[in-house]
Design a protein around this ligand. Sequence first.
Ligand code: ZN
Length: 119
Amino acid sequence: MAELKTLTGGCHCGLVRFECTTDLAMVTACNCSICTKRGLHFTFIAPERFVLRAGEDNLKEYLFNKHAIHHQSCADCGVEVFARGTKPDGTAVIALNVSCIDGIELAKLKMTPIDGRSR
Ligand SMILES: [Zn+2]
């Protein structure tokens, strides 16, 4: 099993910064409209393992479809950093855009295909 690591990251311009603890065991490669158009690869993190260090006031929210997922982007550079959602059992979850993790290399991650398009 992958080990838990504390990682930092943020948006492109650096106004939005976070720290999180994750093993990156599951990273989505989803074919839904927003993941495709924004190039999003999410990993899901419990809210207590995600801390926004800077840029709370600089976040711009985007909602679509059922408004179930609250997409959070930097108002300046436009990069989506994370989204707030709830799991089917009702618990809150953070969907972190793994591309925002400092030094990440997407090609080295194991991706899990998700068929979001047909849901
Ligand atoms: Zn930014």
